[in-house]
Ligand binder design. Structure first.
Ligand code: PLP
Length: 408
């Protein structure tokens, strides 16, 4: 008899986007004449930078000629891309990361999901609340938690991100082995300072824990004093793995390219306390289960690091950041406390009522779709997330409509 992995049955169905879709469909059916503006999406809306498109076309032509055709590539990525990442994203910022510590992949989603395979089944895990759900669900699937009771899985240590702590969670009181952090944060938009991040690195060193640092939104950081990488903190290359993505940086959500940094100094321990380097383990995992990102896509990603590419990516992010500023300023002027929207594409708005009631009000009275914060965890109750990934025209119109509904 084939038996099922019963851990999957513990997963709480994610009703968030299904519920949103249902409510939007009901509204559209009742008001077919109204144009709905979707401000809830976490997907980018602008096309790929021209420099990436050019590289993509050229690489496609290479695949058409026998002399330049490429079959399987290196599982961890082509050297030209790994070297460009190490140089531009790390060494240029004073972080001593080598190309052989970079693993190119087809997404930060799968990397943040797959990395937990390297760790024992009975470790203690700390996850943020609210949270990008992948960190939680993948550990549930692996059997590292108990049942979901009242919206929280037994066995996790939840790191509450609330207005009281400016959405930067406090260190856990107990010893934990694995810590998920995400900055700039999805969904709260909060960014962490070097001093705050140093506390986590120090904690990890003291407790022999490991930090999984999701920096998928790093490109939105404009405040030069904020860390773009955890490796800007001394000693982090001993206790942290970092995830990055071209998805939000350069519009690769549909094209798929990302990377994970596993420094050679990062270790995990056997039950007898022997240290094991994670870099060769991740390399083994990837070369066994993954066959690399396609050559044209890696060429397109490498184009991001040319002078032209850097300028085009900056313009792309500037566009979304201007949207974010418009949203943040409008919501603030209407009297709502907001976080994010600076150094982040997300604006986390304190609603003063239940997330879903606020969502319904904006949908029914302004025909604007947002994301209810409660869908990201219990600490998200009382908030909504507004996304800056949209056209300028839609952002302005959505804010005008919200203003007339919520303004005095
Ligand atoms: N990490 C965070 C925090 C995200 O919000 C997202 C996407 O929304 C991802 C990772 C996924 O990135 P990718 O498109 O590279 O899989």
């Amino acid at each position: 008899m084939i038996r099922v992995n019963e851990n999957y049955l513990k997963l709480k169905a994610s009703y968030l986007f299904v519920d949103i879709a249902k409510r939007v469909a009901a509204f559209t059916a009742a008001h077919p004449e109204k144009k709905v503006i979707r401000m809830g999406i976490g997907d980018v809306t602008r096309p790929l930078p021209p420099v990436c498109i050019k590289a993509l076309h050229e690489a496609a032509d290479e695949m058409a000629a026998e002399a330049t055709f490429k079959g399987y590539g290196p599982e961890a990525g082509y050297e030209f891309l790994r070297e460009a990442i190490a140089e531009n994203d790390y060494r240029a910022r004073g972080c001593q990361i080598g190309a052989d510590e970079i693993f190119v992949s087809d997404g930060a989603k799968c990397d943040t999901a797959n990395i937990q395979e390297l760790f024992a089944g009975d470790i203690k895990i700390a996850v943020p609340d609210p949270v990008y759900p992948v960190y939680v669900d993948t550990n549930v699937m692996a059997g590292r938690t108990g049942e979901n009771v009242g919206g929280r899985y037994q066995g996790f240590i939840y790191l509450n991100s609330t207005a009281e702590n400016n959405f930067i969670p406090e260190l856990p009181k107990e010893k934990v082995d694995l810590i998920y952090l995400c900055f700039p944060n999805n969904p709260t938009g909060a960014a962490i300072t070097k001093a705050e991040l140093k506390k986590w690195v120090d904690y990890a060193k003291e407790n022999k824990s490991l930090i999984l640092y999701d920096a998928a939104y790093e490109a939105f950081i404009r405040d030069e004093s904020l860390p773009r990488s955890i490796y800007e903190i001394d000693g982090a290359d001993e206790v942290a793995i970092e995830f990055r993505s071209f998805s939000k940086t350069a519009g690769f959500t549909g094209t798929r390219c990302a990377f994970t940094v596993v420094p050679k100094k990062v270790k995990a321990y056997t039950s007898s306390g022997e240290a094991v380097a994670l870099n060769p383990l991740w390399n083994r995992r990837q070369s066994t289960k993954f066959n690399g990102v396609s050559y044209p896509i890696q060429k397109a990603a490498a184009a991001v690091y040319t002078a032209e590419g850097k300028a085009q990516v900056k313009a792309l992010i500037d566009f979304y950041l201007e949207n974010a500023k418009i949203i943040r300023e409008k919501m603030t002027s209407l009297g709502f406390a907001c976080t994010g929207g600076e150094n982040s594409p997300y604006i986390w708005v304190r609603t003063g009522c239940e997330s879903w009631s606020f969502f319904d009000k904006l949908l029914n009275e302004a025909a604007v779709v947002t994301t209810p914060g409660s869908g990201f965890g219990s600490c998200g109750e009382g908030f909504i997330r507004i996304s800056a990934f949209n056209s300028r025209e839609n952002v302005i119109e959505a804010m005008n409509r919200i203003s007339s509904v919520l303004g005095n």
